[in-house]
Design a protein. Structure first.
Length: 193
């Protein structure tokens, strides 16, 4: 039994001497696992960051391409608007020239019409003045005709002529204007004979 006790103590001491190396190996193994896990996690995070960066770069590239296309579309639309504006400007310039020509023609016609109107007014005024003068002359001629009728009628009755005095005396203005046809061209025309 003493031998057994000694043997037990020896085995216990042997087991106690062997425990620290085993624990150290386990700790190293655990540290290696943790380190590998951390490395894998870091690698995964790095790959994730790289993927995110690539994705962001692709998105930025797409955005730049989209913006470039939008700029090109805007430039094309602006060029089209400029061309249309130039065409409209040319058309408006032609219309303006045509309107200016028509306006000049209208002004010329208005000036001609005004001149013709003034000439017509002058002619109407002259005609009115001539008509008034003719009326005055007609009144004077009628008065003179009346005096001649009275004179010729009284003179022939005084000299006792047998011819009819009314045949020799003009009765109308036409008779007064053509005395030679009536045969009294050489007779006095007024009372101051």
């Amino acid at each position: 039994s003493a031998f057994d006790s000694t043997r037990s103590n020896s085995m216990l001491m042997a087991s106690t001497d062997m425990e620290p190396p085993l624990l150290m190996a386990d700790e190293r193994k655990r540290d290696e696992v943790i380190a590998r896990a951390r490395e894998e996690q870091a690698d995964i995070m790095a790959k994730a960051r790289e993927a995110e960066a690539r994705n962001a770069a692709r998105m930025a590239q797409r955005q730049r391409v989209k913006q470039a296309e939008q700029r090109e579309d805007s430039q094309r639309a602006l060029i089209a608007r400029l061309e249309k504006s130039e065409k409209n400007g040319d058309w408006l310039q032609r219309q303006l020239q045509r309107c200016s020509t028509q306006l000049a023609q209208v002004r010329s016609r208005l000036a001609t019409t005004a001149s013709e109107r003034d000439a017509a007014l002058d002619a109407a005024q002259i005609a009115a003045e001539e008509a008034a003068q003719l009326r005055i002359e007609s009144v004077g001629a009628r008065q003179e005709l009346k005096r001649l009728q009275e004179h010729y009628g009284g003179g022939m009755a005084h000299h006792g002529r047998h011819e009819d005095a009314h045949d020799a005396v003009p009765r109308t203005l036409d008779d007064l204007e053509q005395p030679a046809e009536r045969g009294y061209m050489d007779r006095p025309r007024t009372l101051d004979m």
